[in-house]
Design a protein around this ligand. Structure first.
Ligand SMILES: NC(=O)c1ccc[n+]([C@@H]2O[C@H](COP(=O)([O-])OP(=O)(O)OC[C@H]3O[C@@H](n4cnc5c(N)ncnc54)[C@H](O)[C@@H]3O)[C@@H](O)[C@H]2O)c1
Length: 322
């Protein structure tokens, strides 16, 4: 028997949250001939642009939030719900959905379930009921930290994500603290750094700026810069397989700190080793907002790729036990 799984019927999914992220994800799923079928778009504002666009696309909608979703005739068939609301709304949504048996993919930084970054650790979490996709900054930078950590010991990693203010909806603005906490935690637990820190800049420039990410890694002791650069380039290619606009803005930079010339870090003292700086730019596919909003794509493309992998895995598991 071959290892392939017949496509079978498409997997019905729903999106909670009809804002920037929810709308971008909807357009991506609707434009794809992959295994997912969008069965419901859920908001709380009947006049929102996202729900209007869903209706135009023929997607069933409700403006009654998660309670409206579970009462929709489509709900019994829905296998997975994407939550693109906000961290605080996610807690209530999960309370309502946890006992229904539906899988939940959390695009907010609520961090109820374990963190997943598709190219780093998704295989460890294909069966969990609630999976957290960290943040846009996390999806853009954790793979880079992991690539460096494959080659050397990363004693500290710091990431700075800069996004256009116009691309951050009220849901994003409501959970900036959660963004920094969740991203820093994922830099450590998924990226493999000993310590991590994350920052976000909402840049109000007009015309809007592209999503940019700076990743600093302090690597202890002697390392091979060529091996680190190669590991990063391989990782960038792997992320680009599902986020086409993801790229190195320029070559990876190295600074060397020796015992004669150490780096002084106020919290930890002197550091001897290599500082690796990686600059990433993400150009969006302009599915919802223009191309500057790569921060939408890095999250929605990761969410779509993750859900597709879960669908395939679930079909395979069901086939094996049949
Ligand atoms: N914008 C980004 O770049 C980005 C990237 C990655 C992750 N995120 C995360 O995605 C989430 C959404 O961000 P956004 O920028 O799309 O915000 P947004 O404000 O544009 O969208 C949130 C939507 O959710 C709806 N909503 C709020 N509470 C709800 C509830 N209880 N039930 C159903 N719908 C509800 C709102 O009406 C709104 O339409 C945030 O948690 C944010 O941190 C945002």
């Amino acid at each position: 028997m071959s290892g392939t799984v017949s496509p079978g019927p498409r997997w019905p999914v729903a999106i909670l949250g009809s804002g920037n992220i929810g709308t971008d994800l909807m357009v991506k799923i609707q434009g794809s001939d992959g295994p997912l079928a969008l069965a419901a778009m859920v908001g709380i504002d009947p006049d929102s642009d996202g729900l209007a666009r869903a209706r135009q696309l023929g997607v069933p909608t409700t403006a009654e939030g998660v309670d409206g979703l579970v009462q929709m005739p489509e709900f019994p068939d829905i296998r997975l719900v994407f939550d693109a609301t906000s961290a605080s709304a996610h807690y209530a949504n999960w309370d309502r959905l946890a006992d229904t048996g539906v899988r939940v993919l959390d695009l907010t930084p609520a961090a109820v379930g374990p963190y997943a970054v598709p190219v780093v650790n998704l295989d460890d979490h294909l069966d969990v009921p609630n999976l957290n996709l960290v943040t846009c900054g996390g999806q853009a930078t954790v793979p880079i930290v992991a690539a460096v950590a494959q080659v050397g010991l990363v004693s500290y990693a710091e990431i700075v994500s800069s996004i256009a203010s116009k691309s951050a909806g009220p849901g994003t603005r409501a959970n900036i603290d959660e963004f920094t906490e969740t991203t820093a935690a994922a830099v450590v637990s998924v990226g493999g750094a000993r310590r991590g820190r994350a920052m976000m800049i909402l840049n109000p420039a007009d015309p809007p700026v592209m999503m940019r990410n700076t990743v600093y890694c302090l690597v202890d002791g002697d390392v091979d810069p060529g091996a680190i650069e190669q590991s990063i380039e391989v990782m960038v290619d792997r992320v680009r397989a599902y986020v086409p606009g993801y790229r190195l803005k320029q070559r990876v930079q190295f600074e060397f700190f020796t015992a004669d010339n150490p780096l002084f870090i106020p919290e930890t003292g002197t550091f001897v080793g290599t500082r690796v700086t990686t600059l990433i730019e993400v150009t969006g596919a302009a599915d919802h907002l223009p191309a500057y909003a790569g921060n939408l794509d890095i999250m929605t493309a990761a969410a779509k790729a993750t859900a597709e992998r879960i669908a395939l895995h679930t079909k395979r598991t069901a086939g094996a036990s049949a």
